[in-house]
Write a protein that binds this ligand. Structure first.
Ligand code: TYM
Length: 332
């Protein structure tokens, strides 16, 4: 039997951080054994917010290198950048005509990213979720590993698939399911446990980047915000302590343990003991990944060749699906 098809994407807007890694990339790696996996560096999504062209090209190669360093095998999984496969843009246009303004108006990510100046946001930023639905459905993918923050976009992709099928009286697109896996589905800022760890946070101290040195990691964890209470004795205590909960969640995820295991291991100890253990774990887990990423980035020819070969394979999957989509719509 054919393996179910997974699709997921990541934006090349700067470096990957621990949230991307624990919430998504690590799960992408694990899924390779049991699924047919298509992983995409979504450069077309990136330009919904202004990107300097040289930075975008560099980030596309760096993110690709980080994915390979993290364990995505490009000879097995399909790894490519979005702009190389025209089916994304073509399907997205059709979805622009399927999705309703009201659906997009409800997207919380647009509200967050556009902020108060909605009138000045790009049209692309507003239509962003339609392109995301196109990414997935251009391959008729059924499973989408993402962090918690992408759940609403996935619901929209399901709505688009269903409305397309209903309007045209077909069973063409599957309703894709989110795979939100592991302990750390929503990693928070190291400076504020109520805010998501994000590439766009102005403070670099708020996140651990996959390019950070051991010294950077040590400093960021040492400075990470905590509260004055003693370390928790129970998991329930963490509910009202966002910073402690975040650090415990990260530590658990990095060590493939549960938060309950971490609570049990550190009850009665000091925050400084915990932070020391967390630093050791983060450095030993991320250090090899960072070193491998740097080695790969030094060979842009190899990265470009991976992306080219991946795009060819992606195209071969997407082309017949797009042809059928166009036939259904009535394009001759
Ligand atoms: P992006 O580039 O913001 O993030 C890539 C992946 O990392 C996850 N993530 C997090 N997980 C846990 N904690 C965090 N603090 C955190 N920050 C980010 C995201 O959930 C995501 O899985 N729109 C997507 C990219 C995309 C996509 C797609 C994803 C485009 N097309 C099709 C799936 C399918 C995005 O901006 O991810």
């Amino acid at each position: 039997m054919a393996k179910p098809r997974v699709f997921s994407g990541v934006q090349p807007t700067g470096n990957l951080h621990l949230g991307n890694y624990l919430g998504a990339i690590r799960n992408w790696v694990g899924l390779q054994a049991d699924y047919e996996c298509i992983y995409c560096v979504v450069d077309m999504h990136a330009i919904t917010i202004w990107q300097d062209p040289a930075d975008l090209a560099r980030a596309t190669r760096e993110v690709t290198a980080s994915l390979i360093a993290a364990g995505i095998d490009p000879t097995h999984s399909v790894l490519f950048n979005q702009s190389k496969v025209a089916a994304h843009a073509e399907t997205a246009w059709i979805f622009n005509c399927v999705a309703r303004m009201g659906w997009l108006n409800r997207m919380t990510q647009f509200k967050e990213k556009a902020g108060k100046d909605r009138e000045n946001a790009s049209v692309g930023l507003f239509a962003y979720p339609n392109l995301m639905a196109a990414d997935i459905l251009a391959y008729q993918a059924t499973h989408v590993p993402v962090g918690e923050d992408q759940k609403q976009h996935l619901e929209l992709a399901r709505d688009i698939a269903q409305k397309f099928n209903f309007d045209y009286g077909v069973e063409h697109f599957p309703a894709p399911e989110p795979l939100i896996l592991g302990e750390a589905t929503r990693v928070m800022s190291l400076r504020d446990g109520t805010k998501k760890m994000s590439k766009s946070d102005a403070s670099d101290q708020s996140r651990i980047n996959l390019t950070d040195s051991a010294d950077d990691i040590e400093l960021k964890i040492r400075r990470a915000k905590t509260d004055p209470a003693a370390l928790p004795e129970t998991v329930e205590e963490l509910e009202t302590r966002p910073e402690a909960r975040n650090l415990y969640t990260i530590h658990a995820a990095l060590g493939d343990e549960s938060v309950a295991d971490v609570v049990a291991a550190f009850a009665g100890k000091q925050f400084s003991d915990f932070k020391k253990a967390m630093t050791e774990r983060a450095v030993s887990r991320l250090g090899p990944l960072t070193a491998e990423m740097r080695r790969l980035v030094a060979d842009p020819g190899y990265i470009d060749q991976v992306l080219r070969a991946g795009a060819e394979r992606a195209n071969a999957i997407a082309e017949p699906i797009l042809a059928e989509t166009k036939r259904i719509v009535g394009f001759i």
